[in-house]
Design a binder for this molecule. Structure first.
Ligand SMILES: Cc1cc2nc3c(=O)[nH]c(=O)nc-3n(C[C@H](O)[C@H](O)[C@H](O)COP(=O)(O)OP(=O)(O)OC[C@H]3O[C@@H](n4cnc5c(N)ncnc54)[C@H](O)[C@@H]3O)c2cc1C
Length: 382
């Protein structure tokens, strides 16, 4: 598809090097991990060693300085090979973004640099069992005690936690219960802190190779120096970080939609029924033409949202639109591509069979489609 919104030279170079990694390193080896629903630790190490984990972040902290636009390129290209690998990248990016945007220089030097260098991965501890979509209704408590805060509570679905590379969680907790939504604060909680433990990963139909687990805090003591930014800014930090994360989810959905079309094209090119190529039927190709058109629209929306974020301009509505549109598109693209495969599409030997769950999860994470519609609806009363 032709685009007038060209990539910069640095972005084109990034695209080429991530493509190279995705095609030459990831593609031949990732299938075995997907089949076992296993976190691909050695591949994540290789990806991180190539410097890609730090794509968005400041070179002063060992990142590449390519901001959200760069990270969106990475997520899309990874998803075109394996969406679960893009999930590992984007879920690592959320805690990195919190530390990068709001953390002190000391926190960035100590933790962001390690994450950019890929010495560890991080998890984002926001969602709680009773709260779900209502991120403000957090109950995990952080009580001030001398030079420390003591955390008690739990989180669910924390992706990348519990993996062999997990080094820290950024955890949002209530520090000031009387201050309502201004009573939340964020903490870096390093793995190994007494009282911090994680649950076991269950098998999922989407993000099959990315572990999403519970986090438990049982009188978990962290020094005040591990608070990220200002006390009481937790909700503001979550909302901005989730908005940036949504751009990466949208980019992942775009990559997955492209992958579905790739699979439909390659199957359609070799399948004839009754001596007639199946792509001679417009009934089959017109839905794919619709998907291609929406892929083009999604690409523009993702790029625009990333540009707005990087320009520090208001971007929340555009981001929600991109996330909503691209994740709904991913489901449509996989559904359409699976239909092209006929009965073979539901057999595990055919890669398309595993992608419906991968698409579905993108409509849920970092705020469901309904939550995106709630955010977009605010335009009607603005
Ligand atoms: C694979 C996976 C990985 C994840 N990784 C992380 C992570 O790393 N860190 C983290 O903190 N969280 C993570 N999450 C959590 C994710 O962000 C939540 O699942 C999501 O926000 C929805 O919350 P919930 O699952 O509790 O659904 P619920 O909030 O219980 O929602 C159930 C249904 O009700 C709808 N609904 C709820 N409220 C409203 C409303 N006001 N109006 C209209 N509809 C509504 C929802 O859209 C949904 O359809 C992950 C989730 C998954 C599935």
């Amino acid at each position: 598809m032709q685009m007038l919104m060209d990539l910069t030279d640095d972005e084109a170079a990034l695209r080429d090097s991530v493509s190279n990694f995705a095609e030459r390193v990831l593609r031949p080896r990732i299938g075995a991990y997907v089949a076992r629903h296993e976190f691909p630790a050695s591949l994540v190490r290789e990806f991180a060693a190539a410097g890609f984990m730090g794509t968005a972040y400041d070179p002063a902290y060992d990142g590449s300085g390519m901001r959200t636009r760069g990270a969106a390129i990475v997520a899309e290209l990874l998803a075109r090979v394996e969406p679960g690998f893009a999930a590992i990248f984007l879920c690592n990016s959320a805690p990195m973004t919190v530390i990068a945007r709001y953390g002190s220089d000391a926190l960035r030097q100590q933790w962001l640099s390690k994450l950019c260098r890929g010495e560890m991965v991080a998890s984002f501890g926001v969602t709680e069992p009773h709260g779900g979509s209502d991120v403000a209704s957090i109950r995990t408590r952080a009580v001030e005690d001398g030079e420390d805060f003591v955390l008690t509570g739990s989180k669910v679905f924390s992706t990348n936690a519990g993996t062999p590379l997990h080094g820290l969680s950024t955890v949002v907790a209530v520090t000031d219960p009387d201050r309502g939504s201004k009573g939340l604060s964020t903490f870096v909680v390093p793995v190994g802190t007494p009282g911090f433990s994680v649950g076991k990963a269950g098998r999922k139909v989407g993000w099959r190779i990315a572990d999403s687990v519970e986090l438990f805090f049982d009188n978990c003591r962290v020094p005040k120096s591990l608070m990220v930014g200002n006390r009481g800014d937790g909700l503001k930090q979550i909302l901005t970080t989730l908005s940036i994360g949504r751009i990466l989810v949208a980019a992942t959905a775009l990559g997955l939609a492209r992958k579905a079309v790739d699979l439909a094209k390659s199957y359609g090119a070799r399948r004839s029924v009754g001596g007639k190529p199946i792509f001679d039927n417009q009934g089959l190709t017109f839905p794919l033409a619709d998907v291609l058109t929406k892929i083009h629209a999604a690409e523009l929306m993702v790029r625009n949202a990333a540009c707005l974020a990087d320009a520090e301009r208001p971007f929340r509505t555009e981001t929600s639109m991109a996330k909503l549109f691209a994740s709904e598109l991913a489901v449509e693209a996989v559904d359409t591509a699976l239909q092209v495969h006929g009965g073979y599409g539901v057999f595990e030997e055919f890669e398309i069979s595993g992608l419906m769950g991968e698409a579905k999860v993108l409509q849920i994470v970092e705020g469901t489609s309904e939550v995106q519609r709630l955010i977009i609806s605010r335009e009607l009363t603005a």
